[in-house]
Design a protein around this ligand. Structure first.
Ligand code: NAD
Length: 505
């Protein structure tokens, strides 16, 4: 209780500045309200009250930011990698120093429980450290000798890049994109989500304090269809790293097409967790519950479809239900809270609409299905479990992005694989079995960019992260990130006097 009260007092103090003035843009090394001076309300999902204003960036602000990124690019690209590495490590130090502040702001802004957000800030710092350490080798290439020539390759930063991020764990996701871009030698224009503007300001301020030169990191607040669209269309931006909904991804691809932008998309998911009868069911239970109800279910890799073998279905689903009933829903700053309010009233309405859809389609709501009346007017949803569902129901096909799990039985391995793949998405998949051969067969057969066997989602930064089908294009992590933010150049040199074809002799 004391910790909760302490968090509330600290958050109130941190939010004071956003009550006094809008969450600003950061362009060419300066915090600015932008050309129009217009702003929009920022609401906290805790009670939907206004906690401040957000500068509403327009095409002019985006142009100013892109010009700044363009001018700063050559010097940043050509800076000695060891120096860039030093600056990025310093940046990580500052994130760690302010981790508590970042976590409190993020929780107030997004409704994500503080127990997860404190770790998200530290993970943000880890992203910077990892790419800082790999910065000196990012340009390395291959040597490809021929008899009379030698080819060698090297990589060079692609140019200024646009980074567009969503509102679920916005701080961590932004660092995941921006850290490799900067380490590669790119300059950045970041457009954070309109529903989670606060930690983007904090990030920009830390960039300044870390000594990142003016124009290397720019951030424009605003609406997707306004500031975001202008960024995707700007001719100075060479590549777009986008995290968000699949439908937004296709819009961005179209918007970026006239200027031939390279795109990297991390999109939605409807990820299966498959539990076979021979699995360690205690551990599977922990993972199943964690992977859908943590982060308010607003997690791209959440296991939102539980595929469970028929002969253990009743017992396993009953155990899941028992856990779900006990999940503690509450204020995101309360350290005991496991599920907080959903980010925005509009998203809350979308999630709640699936309760009716489930009933209409003939599924049962075994747990939850209602709002948390005692926590109104916040966007609180009861953790929910749908049973008696089929894979062709909307609750099994569409990304709900809330603390809502759909359980579906299967007979055997073949049926499990068919159900797992029968969705438009292909981000991640989870398999629980004691049979090693089956684990491999399923992992190889599943349409997904990432598979975890007998594990919840955990992240190793050199490993590729990304999705297939409607879940994305491209991979993040390790060298995969550098591949995206850099151009590979081949240089071919003659070793001697080889015969050159002669014309017009
Ligand atoms: P969203 O697509 O609505 O918005 C994401 C960002 O795109 C925001 O900054 C928004 O302002 C911007 N945007 C919207 N329209 C735009 C346009 N026309 N041009 C340019 N920018 C535009 O997504 P969201 O609702 O903020 O986030 C939730 C989604 O993100 C879910 O689908 C989730 O699965 C996905 N996500 C995926 C991953 C992953 O790694 N695959 C990670 C996190 C979230």
């Amino acid at each position: 209780m004391a910790q909760f009260e302490d968090n509330l007092a600290k958050a109130d103090e941190l939010l004071k500045r956003f009550r006094e003035g809008p969450a600003l843009h950061y362009i060419a090394g300066r915090l600015t309200a932008g050309r129009s001076g217009e702003s929009f309300d920022n609401l906290t999902p805790i009670d939907n009250s206004v906690i401040g204003q957000v500068a509403r960036g327009n095409a002019e602000d985006v142009d100013y930011a892109c010009q700044a990124a363009w001018s700063a690019f050559p010097a940043w690209r050509d800076m000695a990698p060891a120096q860039r590495k030093k600056i990025l490590h310093h940046f990580a130090d500052l994130i760690e120093r302010d981790a508590e502040e970042i976590a409190l702001l993020e929780s107030m802004d997004t409704g994500q429980p503080i127990r997860f957000m404190s770790k998200a800030a530290i993970r943000g710092a880890a992203n910077f450290r990892y790419f800082a350490d790999n910065c000196p080798g990012a340009r390395d290439g291959q040597s490809l000798p021929m008899q009379h020539h030698i080819n060698y390759t090297l990589r060079q930063a692609i140019g200024p890049v646009g980074v567009i991020t969503p509102w679920n764990t916005p701080f961590m996701l932004s660092t995941w994109k921006i850290a490799p871009a900067l380490a590669a030698g790119c300059t950045v224009v970041h457009k954070p989500a309109e529903w989670s503007p606060l930690t983007a300001v904090k990030l920009a301020e830390l960039a300044d304090e870390a000594g990142i030169p003016a124009g290397v990191w720019n951030m424009v607040q605003g609406l997707g269809e306004e500031a975001g669209k202008a960024l995707t269309e700007h001719p100075h931006i060479k590549a777009l790293a986008f995290v968000g909904e699949s439908s937004t991804g296709s819009m961005i691809m179209a918007q970026g097409a006239p200027t031939l932008k390279r795109v990297h998309f991390e999109l939605g998911g409807k990820n299966p967790v498959i539990v076979f009868e021979d699995a360690d069911l205690d551990r599977a239970l922990d993972a199943v519950v964690f992977m859908i109800y943590s982060l308010n279910g607003q997690r791209c890799t959440s296991s939102s479809r539980l595929l469970v073998q028929k002969n253990i279905e009743q017992e396993f689903v009953a155990r899941v239900a028992e856990r779900v009933r006990k999940i503690k829903v509450g204020h995101p700053l309360d350290p005991a809270t496991e599920v907080g309010p959903l980010v925005h009233k509009r998203h809350f309405d979308k999630v709640m609409s699936y309760m009716d859809i489930a009933r209409k389609d003939g599924a049962e709501i075994t747990v939850g299905g209602e709002t948390m009346a005692d926590l109104a007017p916040g966007n609180y949803v009861q953790p929910t479990l749908f049973t008696g569902a089929r894979n062709d129901m909307r609750i099994a096909q569409e990304e709900i992005f809330g603390p809502v799990l759909t359980a579906i039985p299967f007979e055997d391995e073949t049926e499990a694989l068919t159900l797992a793949n029968d969705v438009e998405y292909g981000l991640s998949g989870y398999i629980w079995t004691a049979d090693v051969g089956r684990a491999h067969r399923m992992a190889q057969g599943m349409d997904a960019g990432m598979i975890w066997v007998n594990s919840e989602n955990n992240r190793h930064l050199p490993a590729p992260f990304g999705g297939t089908k409607a879940s994305g294009i491209g991979r993040d992590g390790g060298d995969y990130s550098f591949e995206f933010y850099m151009e590979t150049k081949n240089i071919c040199i003659a070793l001697g006097d080889h015969a050159i074809p002669k014309l017009g002799v």
